[in-house]
Design a protein. Structure first.
Length: 178
């Protein structure tokens, strides 16, 4: 195995164990890949990447439960990604033959082991994206800009299954309404 990717691989194994233990009872969505859960007072519905289990793609509900706000995590081994904290990022979401591009700010979370964790969570999803996701089988997520950030990523894109999205969104809506 490539020594540069070893820390990322080890972190992924840890995250798989933690997330499997923490989210299995909360999801309640059978064998589908999406879960709905409460984290830190917010209701999330999300899934994990197929290239990196620790990558997450999904949404959380706004305080009034009306909006679905992007939740995306990505990782890199190069600590220079922290220099992009707060920078606007162009993200490609390819689903069902459509390339939907969104802009969100990169928020640097910190380090787990040697892996740098980045969060993107300030973009409200509209009906165009939600309809495409509900009709699709998977979504490919790629960070396009800034180029300097994209160049630092060990894994340039990840795919996320959309199986279970509709059920997870319904569950999140019911959890949020309480």
């Amino acid at each position: 195995m490539n020594r540069k990717l070893l820390p990322t691989f080890l972190i992924v194994l840890v995250l798989v164990g933690i997330s499997g233990c923490a989210s299995a009872p909360k999801g309640g969505l059978g064998d589908e890949s999406w879960t709905a859960e409460e984290r830190v007072g917010r209701v999330y519905y999300l899934t994990h990447g197929t290239a990196v289990w620790g990558h997450e793609f999904g949404f959380y509900k706004s305080k009034d439960c009306a909006d679905d706000i992007l939740w995306l995590t990505f990782s890199a081994s190069d600590e220079k990604v922290k220099n992009f904290n707060g920078k606007e990022t162009l993200i490609s979401l390819k689903v069902g033959g459509k390339d939907i591009r969104i802009k969100s700010h990169m928020h640097y979370m910190g380090v787990i082991g040697r892996t740098q964790i980045m969060y993107f969570y300030d973009w409200v999803a509209g009906p165009l994206l939600m309809d495409a996701l509900k009709k699709g089988r998977y979504v490919e997520v790629r960070i396009l800009e800034p180029k300097g950030l994209e160049e630092l990523l060990d894994i340039k894109h990840d795919e996320f299954s959309l199986r279970g999205l509709v059920a997870a969104q319904k569950k999140a809506n019911s959890m949020c309404a309480k």
